[in-house]
Design a binder for this molecule. Structure first.
Ligand code: ZN
Length: 414
């Protein structure tokens, strides 16, 4: 009954609004379900606007015989871009490209934006193609960071040095530098102390050098050893003790690594092949065939060739009327020629068993004048001391380093 009381106008209006709403709903539905436009252009335009930029890098390592134009072709750099690059290289920066250089081709979406030629950890060449062409040399800034480490021996130098955070290469250098005076296998004792100042190069947060010892101290069985790096005008980088003496000896006691003594210097030895008493006037180092043999000291090669029972042999004449001899070699270094200069540590040949030898080993002799001495026991002369003109500057650096080390030590203890 209530409905009948409503006026017919209200009913008409109500129906009108309902139908309007219905029409609106239909319209909205049609808009939502509108079929995708077919025109391709409008799709790609929307597509490009909505997609984020996709960066992509292609890598290439320059090989022997590679040229930039061949590399550009391989990487499908458009011809006109390649042409522009060569045209813009006014300073001939691109001609320095060489095997081993690393190249990065950087793209945003499909477009190449730059090419970087990385020469080493510091230097590179950037070909910027984002706005025309520009070619420039880039040089990363190097930050040199100084580090201090110290420790006490409780098990072995290597283990205890690792424990205090000394990097591997610094541990090796430390053992090598002090190794001229201290045998790190037999001489090191519990309670021995070591400290080191070293520097490492960083570029953009990345370590780019394995580190270099500036100053080091080792207290071995109560005896204090100090070494300091110094750039000698004549000898180059060297390590000297506090008096400016070179810590390096003029001769390597053993002219090869990874070997053990298989026969000592012995004037009354029974010869293993001849089976009669025959003096052994050298030291035999057993080592794997082809282990590199180094020049024991700086000198001039005085003999290369076959020498009876010695087999393939090299002799080096050194200062102070000293001569060293290396026998039973498998082969020679091709650069080892009579009259050529050699530096300590340079490879002159390789371990073998030529001549009268029962197995691969190096027979090493140390001559002083006309007399052979035991290379294991002979007191080796030191390498050249510091250039006298630089002694004062050396001493100043030394006192600075000692001061820095003391400050570091007191901070550690406080
Ligand atoms: Zn021998």
């Amino acid at each position: 009954m209530i409905g009948f009381k409503k006026s017919p106008i209200k009913i008409v209006l109500g129906l009108f609004f309902v139908s309007i709403i219905f029409i609106i709903l239909l319209y909205v539905d049609s808009v939502i379900n509108k079929p995708v436009p077919i025109e391709e252009i409008s799709i790609t335009e929307d597509f490009n606007k909505s997609l984020p930029k996709v960066k992509n890098t292609l890598f290439h390592e320059v090989k022997k015989g590679d040229s930039l134009s061949v590399i550009f072709e391989e990487k499908e750099i458009p011809l006109n871009t390649a042409y522009k690059i060569f045209n813009f290289d006014e300073n001939n920066l691109l001609s320095s490209i060489k095997p081993g250089d690393k190249m990065e081709f950087n793209y945003v979406n499909e477009d190449i934006v730059n090419i970087e030629i990385i020469k080493d950890k510091i230097n590179s060449i950037l070909i910027d193609l984002s706005d025309g062409v520009s070619i420039q040399k880039l040089e990363k800034k190097i930050q040199n960071i100084k580090s201090f480490k110290k420790g006490i021996i409780s098990s072995s130098f290597y283990q205890d040095a690792l424990k205090v955070g000394m990097p591997d290469s610094i541990i090796m250098d430390f053992a090598y530098i002090f190794g001229w005076d201290i045998d790190f296998i037999f001489d090191v004792r519990k309670g021995d102390q070591f400290s080191v100042i070293f520097e490492t190069d960083y570029s953009e947060g990345e370590q780019i050098s394995s580190g270099d010892i500036i100053f080091a101290e080792f207290i071995n069985k109560g005896e204090r050893f100090i070494v300091q790096r110094f750039f000698d005008d004549i000898q180059g980088k060297q390590y000297f003790d506090e008096n400016g003496n070179n810590v390096r000896k003029a001769f390597l006691r053993a002219p090869l690594d990874f070997a053990y003594i298989s026969s000592h210097f012995n004037p009354n030895r029974m010869h293993p092949i001849l089976h009669k008493i025959k003096a052994h006037n050298g030291v035999d180092y057993a080592a794997k065939r082809n282990t590199p043999v180094q020049a024991s000291g700086d000198g001039i090669i005085s003999f290369v060739g076959e020498k009876g029972g010695y087999g393939r042999t090299v002799e080096i004449k050194h200062g102070g009327n000293i001569k060293t001899l290396y026998a039973h070699l498998e082969r020679f270094n091709s650069r080892a020629k009579v009259g050529s200069k050699v530096k300590q540590g340079e490879i002159i040949g390789y371990v073998g068993d030529s001549g009268w030898a029962t197995g691969p080993h190096l027979h090493f002799e140390f001559w002083q004048g006309r007399k052979r001495t035991d290379p294991v026991k002979v007191k080796l002369p030191s390498a050249k001391p510091i250039n006298k003109n630089q002694l004062e500057s050396f001493e100043n650096t030394l006192s600075l380093n000692l001061k820095e080390l003391n400050e570091y030590n007191s901070k550690q203890n406080g």
